[in-house]
Write a protein that binds this ligand. Structure first.
Ligand SMILES: Cc1ncc(COP(=O)(O)O)c(C=O)c1O
Length: 385
């Protein structure tokens, strides 16, 4: 691991240094310079709201170009939204479902998206189904086969995570997208965690839609997400809030979703520039190396099996590991355990139940270091013994 990047970055985050912060995955974290950039934009907005929101729309256009170029996405298909959930909502809303249609996703889907899809299926009077992904995952090919074998002639929309939330598994989205194109299935990739964590070329993924967050691993302000639509889906993809520019093209529609503070969106370009100044590839490599190291340490300390192959081929900057025996296994007990780690040990880390087993998900970001994991292992040992 490069000590250089780590030592430069530790000081520059907004996080409280007294907290052992192992949960970058939930809401990301902000770098001071990016946070200050947004504050200055907010001041500018308040100095003359009409000028900022009405005449200076070029700021948003520039940000859209910077961010979409970073993501390898054609900027004409790119629209900012507040978060990935909103993005998935826009996509699902743009599809006309028939009662015979099915919305398909996997058992590892993010619960908020699960609720959204269930409700959408209810509204459209169509079916909703989750294909079960066995854990641990043995190979990428296994995941691919499980997903595509579950597609039927009724499957209208497939929703696949790029990096799953609780289980931290990287899905083979390129290959799944190829299958969907060849079989007439619409595909939206839920990339809530992928931007900034993985080297991304959204155009090359080949999905119908790609939805993502910038406030997680790009470290943009909270409230920065996006929807990207392939050429054939652009005219039918609209923001959830329809306003002045309805029917005038995806970018115009998404740029104006009623009066709102767009400084998080504009600042996301500054977050991209911050990462550029260090080198996104170096950030990703360092985070991946540390995440894998953490996974190995936990697996060895607790004598448990990792959820994905130990070689790390399906891990990005987060790893989920089953808790050792003696630790909680239910939703409520896991929540109480998480809160105890925070209150008694000042450790912020998600502890949750997945497939009937208590799990921990650790995140690696430039501010993380090996001693954070030592604290976690000690605290869990303390509580469970
Ligand atoms: C896979 C996945 N999808 C969607 C979301 C929702 O993101 P947001 O709350 O920013 O809308 C998350 C959040 O962690 C996620 O992990």
């Amino acid at each position: 691991m490069s000590a250089d990047i780590f030592s430069i970055e530790t000081e520059s985050w907004m996080l409280d240094p007294t907290i052992t912060y192992l949960n970058h995955g939930s809401f990301g974290a902000r770098v001071r310079s990016v946070f200050e950039f947004q504050l200055e934009l907010k001041r500018e907005l308040e100095r003359d709201p009409v000028d900022f929101l009405d005449r200076q729309q070029g700021n948003l256009e520039n940000a859209r170009k910077v961010v979409s170029a970073f993501l390898g996405a054609d900027s004409e298909g790119f629209g900012f939204v507040d978060n990935a959930t909103t993005g998935i909502g826009c996509v699902v809303n743009s599809i006309q479902f028939e009662p015979s249609d099915e919305i398909l996703t996997t058992s590892l889907v993010y619960n908020g998206v699960r609720q959204l899809l269930t409700r959408s299926a209810e509204d459209a009077k169509c079916s909703y189904r989750e294909v079960h992904i066995d854990l641990p995952v043995n190979t990428t090919e296994d995941v691919y086969c499980t997903v595509v074998d579950s597609v039927t002639s009724s499957t209208k929309l497939l929703v696949i995570d790029h990096v799953s939330s609780a289980s931290s598994v990287i899905f083979p989205v390129h290959k799944i997208a190829r299958f969907c194109r060849e079989n007439g299935v619409l595909l939206v990739v839920d990339g809530a965690h992928a931007p900034g964590m993985l080297e991304l070329n959204i155009d090359a993924v080949g999905a119908d839609w790609y939805v993502g967050n910038l406030h997680k691993w790009v470290c943009a302000p909270i409230g920065a997400g996006f929807v990207w639509a392939s050429i054939s889906k652009r005219a039918s993809t609209h923001p959830l809030v329809v306003s002045h520019f309805y029917g005038q093209g995806l970018t115009r529609e998404f740029d104006w979703q009623g009066t709102k503070d767009v400084t998080a969106w504009i600042t996301s370009a500054e977050a991209v520039r911050w990462g550029d100044s260090i080198g996104w590839k170096s950030i990703q490599k360092q985070n991946n190396t540390l995440a894998l190291w953490m996974q190995t340490q936990l697996v060895e300390a607790w004598n448990v099996e990792p959820l994905t192959p130990q070689c790390g081929s399906m891990v990005g900057s987060m790893a989920t590991v089953p808790l050792p025996s003696g630790c909680p296994n239910t939703f409520e007990d896991c929540l109480a355990f998480r809160n105890r780690l925070y209150e008694e040990y000042q450790i912020e880390v998600p502890i949750f139940e997945l497939y009937g087993r208590g799990m921990v998900r650790v995140s690696a970001q430039l501010y993380s270091n090996k001693s954070h994991l030592t604290c976690l292992i000690r605290a869990i040992h303390d509580i469970c013994n």
